[in-house]
Design a protein around this ligand. Sequence first.
Ligand SMILES: C[N+](C)(C)CCCC[C@H](N)C(=O)O
Ligand SMILES: O=C(O)CCC(=O)C(=O)O
Ligand SMILES: [Fe+2]
Length: 421
Amino acid sequence: MWCWRLTGLFNVPCRLSRSTSHRSAWLPGYRKIFSAAAARWHHTAPESLNCVWQLHGDHLELRYANTLMRFDFVWLRDHCRSASCYNTKTNQRSLDTASVDLGIKPKAVRVDETTLFLTWPDGHVTRYGLEWLVKNSYEGQKQQVMHPRILWNAEIYKQSQIPSIDCRSFLETDEGLKEFLQNFLLYGIAFVENVTPTKEDTEILAERISLIRETIYGRMWYFTSDFSRGDTAYTKLALDRHTDTTYFQEPCGIQVFHCLKHEGTGGRTLLVDGFYAADQVLQQAPDQFELLSKVPLKHEYVENVGGCHNHMIGVGPVLNVYPWNNELYLIRYNNYDRAVINTVPYDVAHRWYTAHRTLTTELRRPENELWVKLKPGKALFIDNWRVLHGREAFTGYRQLCGCYLTRDDVLNTARLLGLQA
Ligand SMILES: C[N+](C)(C)CCCC[C@H](N)C(=O)O
Ligand SMILES: O=C(O)CCC(=O)C(=O)O
Ligand SMILES: [Fe+2]
């Protein structure tokens, strides 16, 4: 499996395994530090280079498992897992962090093969497993991806021949559900087949993996081209690729679509991996990627049709990345619902339009477009934080049902099944 990482705004993402790629980046510098300070480094055992450490004025430096880590002393006191500091039954901290002296420094440090021991001025002893430190340190985190993913264009997606999961296996077995969720996490889309084409059966599917997110559109919704709501979705017109609910402070995490009926032509669904396109931007123009991840934008939904009156505003950049490793986690892209740009001065606005054009060009490449015709019985789950959807214009009567899901609850289900989410 490819492990795609956005290693840094000004780096090209790589497909190398995580340890090799990062180590090569810092090893020369590290060697220098290491040899200059060699006399003061402490080893686990004289013959072992497994773990070495050094106490500095304001931090502890530790090298273990090819990771050079630096820990703040308050951090080390704060994360103490001793019985008086941490409740392992609830997995909650009991220590009052505000009671820790900000100038605290360990009075003794010792390391054996597996554990770091710190004795604090008041005599309290903190123990850390070295493996735990690697996993939980900033330096360790930087080398990890939060969400393993496979970025795709139409060819890659088709080549991987991801099967749809049978409805019964999805509903009745953990293996079926897990396979579905693994596909969903990796690709941002997944299908369930042999679903009874009703709103009620679609609801049962949704509830198998998450809480349903009720919105201004309701809990489970039906929609046709009756313009019952003041939005283009409720017409027969084509809809260009977009993500939904960009005008929420937290856009809906997942969208479920199930076509219950279509007597007519057209109406195919378009799917585009927004992260694949963003990754192309990162490679071609990292400064444009950065701008798209920094400029805050407003999206807005103003509705005054029939009895429906709504005014929603959501603020956030087009690309949302974790600042410590630059990994993308959310794309907000909806040119219909984007509001007036008044959050940046004119020159930044112009640079933003250039960057938006680069991203749009990638999103519109025909080779990135996956077209599917939704049919009764086949439900589609879309990661609305990653994969854009659109539709072709259509004729005739077409009825879609579906709902939005809360992202936290989908990821919760995935983690409980042992998946990294
Ligand atoms: C899915 N459903 C028909 C209920 C709502 C459609 C919302 C459409 C809106 N322009 C957006 O992109 O958020
Ligand atoms: O009609 C469709 O296939 C999708 C319309 C749409 O974008 C939506 O409902 O969010
Ligand atoms: Fe939509």
